[in-house]
Design a protein around this ligand. Structure first.
Ligand code: FE
Length: 338
């Protein structure tokens, strides 16, 4: 008897919970490695257009591990991240599901999405060579030049373990093979002015301070330094160079999105994905973080446009992920950071 009463109470409360859910607002839950300042304006626009609320968990690390741990019970619908290796890692761990959306496929060129629809790039990020204004802007600079003995003791960079650098080395492997890459890395290392350290912007600061003449860094940091009072003089002390214009073109990595395998709000998540690929959202990406939109109909920001047009490497980005482990191995072998 007691048992029956108990179960009917449970049933009633279960029903109440169910009806509360059905009355709840529409939501989509995002795990984001991308910073709030960048994605929050996008989510606000999306919510305004659709009435769908976006909940976000932001972290610099560990979100894919969290997704894996949570399994089928994960509340996450969508993961936003930088770097193709991280996007493909989610797919390899079977944490993604495919999306077949005509609207997304129209907005994102084939080179920047998975043929099976498991991941989609949203922005392109160029790896540049910054050079000191104490000398003339180098003509036709290449990534190969980083290993040229004429730059001995003149180059600064962040760690070889950083994903931006591993991505660049992975592209070099894809184009030139393992052996040539190792040789290049040895020459590059011999040209370093100091042990790899700090972030991309710290290298430009070091150029200003006379520690080195060249550094590698992503292009959007040039814009970020230019709009930061303390860092502006660093940026003003260098030229931004787009390498390999007569060769493969400048190295490009991406940021992107993945629909989670167990997305509880799948329809809403796909709507958000379609929005992020749309002209409206892509323009916000271009403006707020000074990245290059993957949607070819969207112009870059005014400041980014002022750095000039350039040819980017059209190596399909999944090739970077394919060569990522090899790149890491070679960086270790030459003891790049030591
Ligand atoms: Fe960055």
């Amino acid at each position: 008897m007691l048992k029956n009463k108990l179960s009917s109470v449970l049933l009633a409360s279960g029903l109440m919970a169910a009806s509360a859910l059905s009355q709840a607002v529409e939501v989509v839950n995002v795990y984001s490695y991308r910073q709030p300042f960048l994605v929050e304006p996008l989510f606000a626009e999306f919510s305004k257009d659709t009435g769908i609320e976006v909940n976000m968990v932001f972290a610099k690390k560990g979100l894919s591990e969290r997704l894996e741990r949570e399994g089928q019970l994960s509340p996450a619908d969508l993961v936003l991240t930088t770097d193709i290796s991280r996007l493909m890692n989610l797919v390899e761990k079977d944490l993604s599901q495919p999306v077949d959306s005509q609207s997304i496929n129209n907005d994102i060129p084939a080179q920047y999405r998975d043929p099976e629809g498991e991941w989609f790039a949203l922005t392109k990020r160029v790896r540049n060579i910054y050079s000191t204004k104490r000398s003339d802007k180098p003509e036709g600079i290449t990534y190969d030049d980083l290993a040229d003995p004429k730059y001995k003791g003149k180059i600064c960079t962040r760690s070889g373990k950083n994903a931006y650098n591993v991505g660049l080395v992975a592209a070099y492997v894809a184009h030139n093979g393992e052996e040539a890459t190792k040789e290049w890395l040895q020459g590059f290392k011999e040209n370093l002015a100091r042990r790899p350290q700090g972030n991309d912007r710290a290298q430009v600061k070091a150029i200003k301070e006379g520690v080195c003449d060249l550094s590698i860094g992503n292009s959007y940091y040039f814009g970020k330094m230019m709009t930061n009072e303390e860092q502006r003089p660093w940026a003003e002390s260098v030229y931004i160079n787009f390498p390999d214009q007569k060769g493969h073109g400048s190295h490009v990595n991406v940021s992107g999105m993945v629909l989670t395998k167990h997305a509880p709000n799948k329809d809403n998540a796909v709507k958000l994905m379609e929005f992020l690929a749309s002209e409206k959202a892509q323009a916000t990406f271009a403006e707020v973080n000074m990245e290059y939109p993957v949607n070819p109909d969207v112009p870059v920001s005014e400041m980014v446009a002022s750095w000039g047009a350039f040819k980017s490497d059209d190596l399909p980005v999944y090739k970077l992920a394919e060569n990522y482990a090899t790149a890491q191995k070679l960086l270790d072998e030459v003891r790049f950071d030591l």
